[in-house]
Write a protein that binds this ligand. Sequence first.
Ligand SMILES: Nc1ncnc2c1ncn2[C@@H]1O[C@H](COP(=O)(O)OP(=O)(O)O)[C@@H](O)[C@H]1O
Ligand SMILES: O=P(O)(O)OC[C@H]1O[C@](O)(COP(=O)(O)O)[C@@H](O)[C@@H]1O
Length: 794
Amino acid sequence: MEVQTFVRVEGRKYNISAGQGVIIGVLTSGPDAQGINAAVRAALRMGLYMECKVYFIKEGFQGMIDGGNNIVPATWASANNIIQMGGTVLGSSQSNEFHERAGRLKAVYNLVNLGITNLVGIGGEGTLSALFVLKQEWHQHIVELIESNRISPDKGAACSNLNIMGIMASIENEFCSTDMSVGTDSALNRVMESLDSIQTAAISQHRCFVLEVVGRHSGYLALSAALAAEADWLFIPEYPPEKGWEEMMFNKLLMARDSDQKMNLVIIAEGAIDHTKKPISAVQVKELIKDNVKCDTKVTVLGHVQRGGCPSAFDRILASRLGAEAVMCLLDSSKETMPMVVALQGNQIVRHSLAETLAKFKSIKNMMEEFDYEGVLNTRGLLFKNMLNIYCMLSSISPPVSHNVKNKYVFGIICLGVPSCGINSSLRTFVRCVNKSGYSVYAIYHGFEGLMQNQVELLTWENVQGWTKDGGCNIGCSTYLIDQFGVDKIALQMRKFKIAALLLVGGFEAFHAALIMGESRAKHIEFCIPICVIPASPFNNLPGTEVSIGSDTVLNKITELCDRTRLSATGSKNRVFLFETIGGKCGYLTTMSALATAADIAYIYEESFGIKEIMTDLVQVAIKVRHGSNIGIVLMSDESHPSYNLDFLSRVYSHEGRSAFITKKIALKEIQDGGRPSPYDRLLAIKLASRTAEHLIAQLNENLTSSGNTINFDTCTLAGLVKHQIDFTPVQELKKQYNFYNRNTRETWWMHLKSLAKTLVHYDPLFIQSQTASNADTKREDIKLETKMHSRAQ
Ligand SMILES: Nc1ncnc2c1ncn2[C@@H]1O[C@H](COP(=O)(O)OP(=O)(O)O)[C@@H](O)[C@H]1O
Ligand SMILES: O=P(O)(O)OC[C@H]1O[C@](O)(COP(=O)(O)O)[C@@H](O)[C@@H]1O
């Protein structure tokens, strides 16, 4: 077997033995958040993989003070079966003693005794502040322990430096140094699930619901929920309503009712205040609405529901990446390294100074004290500010005054490809943003087929009310390619409807149509208009964007189904489940699912494999199952191999692995589609659509001042999330990056996560044996199995 000597994590290369002699303690503190266990698992396993010694510190800082059984060496198996669990397996506590220097001295003594000089701390602002204090005092504590003869000078010298790494976990997303904290996405999922349940009760009785969500310091959760659920009114701490807000709110709710809306929704963050800093409570808002709008009004306080349940796929992936990176950051640390935190920026994991992270948090508190709300919004960042602006604009009941469709120019929207979850959010946002600027929008129903049959209708501000939550595609989409209808005929139809700018929403078919239109401009003046693609594809197989609308929803579905399967297998012995996932020749979904579900193996087209690899994997799964994990999970993209499919894999596993496990195959296929879009997909769709509307309007206006038409290739683009921002890349440029035959991109940003997933399940049998097996007979039995299977494979 080839021995791997290095590993790459987030683009950096490390020797596997880099952790020799390094001792790490992992602790979780403060209120728990979903996803924390995935971070614990990743920190532990990456630490062990790098040959560090890892201790679990239980019950937060109190466990650190109490020592004994609260600080225990952890093995590979200590993280078995925890990735899908909410809460924290390490436990947490409120420790008043840690606020005292004497308490911290006890903690240092316990750590030094075990040689722990590296800490990964997972939690919120309190946890990170506590770690910071510990780092600052560390040297004094060591001196004091030597002077009082509690530790030897040699021990003191060996432990003279403490390295600190923080992982931000907070369901309210209270930090500004990261786009998302661990737990926020899951909490948002819980909020949306609750809203879905409330909605039926609200609609049937025409009620108003005031929903209180977590957010003492940060309104992120409330704002995201308000955008994703089309709330009528929003209260967050960072944006106190101006004087006279009560009247404005009543009017808005009444107008909504007049416009045929069946219910009202008000979302309030628990830390909401008015312009005088007086708290605004959910009950107070309810009473005001009941008395003035005269409708049946109910309050729902979600409370701990938001902290509960299984972590979303997003949180598991984020936490796994952060946990692994935290360990690598510790390995990169020296005496001079300042305490750090790992954070998410766009799709990248970055390292920030802990001191700056805490300083930013405090500066927001100070600005709030001083009524400097502009400063607060600026510090929260562009992402937050943009979301707030979009919410304010989209939530108007009727179009702002500028919309009276005086402008003769009409925008067209067409949806192509499979109906990805989140498309309707993008349509609603686009229609309203374009309407606001005085232009009209035509919906072209059912793709080019609909265009050919004149299925074209105006979509208005009012038409698209309530669309954000809808799955599927409300204007219908089609997988027919543009050239199946004849480009000339499509051009004629575009002329007929006087389309002045075109939005294409969808996957490969949308990208392909934009390319053909762009390339046919010399022949057809109808295509010499601003054209833009919004990527919507569960496969996430388009170039020019790191994520597409729809993939998060499917990822959550796959993750949930794998969780259920794991649960169903707990009562039975030794089962291996083979799942077929969608994705074609793009392995994004399978790779991300593998990381989120801790799958043992994931087969994707981009990583070629044959019978030899299948057999090696099978043996490793068998050994793992035998060593007590009881269950194996194997994922396979539906087009991962030209000849081998799920049936073939299942037959091989059933026969060759029959003495070790029972094989079950599950083709997820259509089960992965449908349903309501996840909050992540809704928000991504809203952000992409609002920027695309701005972009197309600007391009249209630029062209109006010159010739009226455009042949500039910069006006035929794809809107993509790239690194930290939305970029518009000409489709002609993206052509080079795309493999049209396979319908996948030549370069993938996510491929390194395949190795991370593999490292964290680590199927090197000898390594797992040394970490888990206590029974020599079992070892011999497994090795026999391995030899037998290898000889069969040859
Ligand atoms: N300034 C501080 N100094 C020392 N310990 C602290 C400090 N702030 C918080 N802690 C410790 O961190 C723990 C977690 O903090 P807490 O505020 O409850 O949660 P979170 O980490 O989510 O903000 C506290 O119970 C306490 O033990
Ligand atoms: O009752 P608990 O679990 O301590 O949680 C309540 C507190 O935690 C918070 O929700 C913050 O949680 P996070 O640190 O996870 O963001 C506050 O808004 C709230 O007051």
